[in-house]
Design a protein around this ligand. Structure first.
Ligand code: SF4
Ligand code: SF4
Length: 206
C-alpha cells in the first residue's frame, strides 16, 4: 500500500550525527579496535584439541541429568520437554510411590535437535537437568545422537561448578525487591526436609 513506509524510526531512537550517518568513520573505528586487540593479544588462538579448553561455569554445553545417590533427581514432570523449542526431549514416567511419586522409565535427548538454549535447565523445578561443560560430541549416525539415561546421567559431584553457579546466578533479583524468605520458596522435594524424611522411610520399606 503506497504511503507511509513500514520501517519507520521509533520516537526513542538515537539520532545519528553526520559522521555516524556516513558510516566510514565508524567502520574505521571498529577496525582500529580490532587491530588494537590483535597487537595487544597476538597469541590468543587456542591450539585445540592439542590444547584442551575448559569452559567457564556460565557455559552451556550438552544437557545432562543430575544423578544423586545413584538415582536421577528427575521427577518426570515433563516440563523440560514442554519447554524445549526443537522438541528434543522425550520421556516416559513410571510410578515409584513415596513422596517423589514418579521417575523417568526412560528419558532421551536428541542431540542433533538440541540447540543448547538451556530452557530445560531453566524450567526444571528440581535442578535435575543442567547444562554441562561437554561440547565435543561426534556421531557416526543419527541413532547414535539420541542419548538415553545411560549417557545422560551424571553424578552431581561432577556438576558441582554448574550447580553452584545456578545457586548464585539464577534469579539474582530474588530478595532485592521484596523481603525474600527462602523458606517460602521451597518447591523442590530436595529442599523439604520432612518430605526427604518420608522418602527415606519409603526407601527402607521397599
Ligand atoms: S538445551 Fe534447549 S534444545 Fe537442548 S534439550 Fe534443553 S531445552 Fe531442548
Ligand atoms: S523438568 Fe526436570 S524434573 Fe521435570 S521431567 Fe524435566 S528433568 Fe525431570
Amino acid at each position: 500500500m503506497p504511503g507511509k513506509p513500514e520501517n519507520t524510526a521509533s520516537p526513542n531512537e538515537r539520532k545519528l550525527n553526520f559522521w555516524e550517518r556516513i558510516y566510514l568513520p565508524e567502520v574505521l573505528k571498529g577496525l582500529g579496535y580490532s587491530m588494537g586487540k590483535f597487537l595487544k593479544e597476538p597469541f590468543v588462538t587456542m591450539q585445540y584439541p592439542e590444547e584442551p579448553w575448559y569452559p567457564p561455569d556460565v557455559y552451556r554445553g550438552r544437557p545432562v541429568l543430575v544423578e544423586e545417590d545413584g538415582k536421577p533427581r528427575c521427577v518426570s514432570c515433563n516440563l523440560c520437554a514442554r519447554a524445549c523449542p526443537p522438541m528434543a526431549i522425550s520421556m516416559k514416567s513410571h510410578d515409584i510411590g513415596g513422596p517423589k511419586e514418579r521417575e523417568p522409565e526412560w528419558f532421551e535427548i536428541n542431540m542433533l535437535r538440541c540447540i543448547y538454549c538451556g530452557f530445560c535447565e531453566e524450567v526444571c523445578p528440581e535442578e535435575a537437568i543442567v547444562m554441562s561443560k561437554e561440547f565435543d560430541m561426534t556421531f557416526q549416525d543419527r541413532d547414535e545422537a539420541i542419548f538415553g539415561m545411560d549417557r545422560l546421567l551424571m553424578p552431581k559431584e561432577r556438576l558441582k561448578d554448574r550447580l553452584d553457579w545456578l545457586a548464585t546466578e539464577r534469579n539474582r533479583q530474588y530478595g532485592k525487591e521484596v523481603d525474600f524468605r527462602r523458606d517460602n520458596n521451597r518447591h523442590s522435594l530436595r529442599e523439604r526436609p520432612f518430605l526427604r524424611h518420608l522418602a527415606e522411610e519409603h526407601a527402607e520399606e521397599a
